[in-house]
Write a new protein. Structure first.
Ligand SMILES: Nc1ncnc2c1ncn2[C@@H]1O[C@H](COP(=O)(O)OP(=O)(O)OP(=O)(O)O)[C@@H](O)[C@H]1O
Length: 340
């Protein structure tokens, strides 16, 4: 649905150049929620704005719904853009218009006849649960309600794609949860493809099917969330499941185990302990529901150095777990890092 290849965007001015996006490849599959996570200045907004050509990329391809956007001009580009809705952190509502008036605005711009407009506005307000507030002005409603207006307005042109620029960053946790739930619901009900940018791990955890971590204009990791979580060394996994700092003790093996989906149902720690008559020490761990799947990380200490635990580590891997040995350097070739 969204295919970006080798995207580059450089800002130039006052003798200074900033490469905001530096060769990003991104594929967002139709019907999925894709999150780009990164700190301030990583280039997330620029990337998002290149998807609907609010910024023109210097290099690279941006294909949305089969159309190469930078190649389009005039009316063709305008029509292609109507298929891409966008919501913003600060909502961007017109203070002088009512809630209904704000939602009607893009319909007016699109030239939808007045008679049709009222019905469509009512439909959109119903979709976001704001029917009762149709006559209120933005100053009279809460932040969460304002974002609902923003979402209704973004959906006016029946877009197939919704871009979300830190849509929940200005909201409290409870309101954030309700807006994320609404986005998930719209994604499922309308088959809406959502590309969102955020600096909040929690957003990725709650609604993203796939995600990328962006730093200094580049993706450092990218893929389906359960896959990223199971990847040893994943920044996303570390962020979602922070484990206490632990130093390997002499004569022990310190292992971090990540499990997703079905593997969670197996009592693998007790199975390991029983099979090898081991005293397994659990140093830390977290289990969460991500994308509807139970996933988690555990930090385990096994007696004996990694070399003597080759069979035990193989047992964990064969149980479908991603296994990372923290003191792997003590092991020789017998103990391979999980290649995933
Ligand atoms: N219009 C602009 N002109 C010049 N430089 C810009 C412009 N917009 C962004 N930049 C620079 O490009 C880099 C990436 O900015 P961008 O806003 O895309 O990052 P971000 O990850 O979205 O961060 P934030 O969440 O703070 O907006 C930053 O160094 C920023 O200063």
């Amino acid at each position: 649905m969204i295919q970006i290849e080798k995207l580059r965007k450089v800002y130039r001015g006052r003798g200074r150049e900033v490469t905001a996006v530096d060769g990003v490849d991104l594929t967002v599959v139709e019907g999925e929620v894709f999150g780009v996570l990164g700190r301030s200045g990583a280039g997330k907004s620029t990337l998002l704005r290149c998807v609907n050509l609010l910024e023109r990329p210097d290099e690279g391809r941006v294909v949305v719904g089969g159309r190469d956007l930078p190649a389009l001009r005039g009316g063709e580009l305008r029509r292609a853009r109507q298929g891409i809705g966008m919501i913003h952190q600060h909502f961007g509502l017109l203070g002088s218009r009512t809630v209904a008036g704000n939602v009607a605005f893009p319909l007016e711009v699109m030239g939808v006849p007045r008679a049709e407009r009222a019905g469509r506005v009512a439909e959109l307000l119903d979709l976001v649960g704001l029917t009762e507030h149709a006559r209120a002005h933005p100053a009279q409603i809460s932040g969460g309600q304002k974002q609902r207006v923003g979402i209704a307005r973004a959906l006016a042109g029946r877009p197939k794609v919704l871009l979300s620029d830190e849509a929940t960053s200005a909201l409290d946790p409870e309101t954030t949860a309700s807006i994320l739930e609404l986005l998930r619901d719209l994604n499922r009900r309308l088959g809406l493809t959502i590309l969102l940018i955020t600096h909040e791990m929690d957003v990725v955890k709650r609604i993203c099917d796939s995600a990328a971590v962006m730093r200094e204009g580049r993706f450092t990791e990218s893929g389906p969330v359960p896959e990223l979580l199971a990847r040893p060394g994943s920044e996303l996994a570390r962020g979602l499941f922070p484990l206490p700092p632990a130093e390997p003790r002499e004569g022990t093996t310190l292992v971090e185990v990540t499990f997703t989906g079905g593997a969670t149902d197996e009592p693998f720690v007790s199975a390991l302990a029983r099979k090898y008559a081991l005293d397994v020490n659990i140093l830390g761990g977290a289990v969460e529901t991500v994308g509807g799947e139970r996933v988690g990380r555990l930090q385990l200490e096994l007696p004996g150095d990694p070399r003597t635990n080759a069979a035990q580590l193989a047992f964990l891997r064969e149980s479908g777990l991603a296994v990372q040995v923290r003191n792997a350097e003590q092991a020789d070739d017998l103990v391979q890092e999980d290649p995933r």
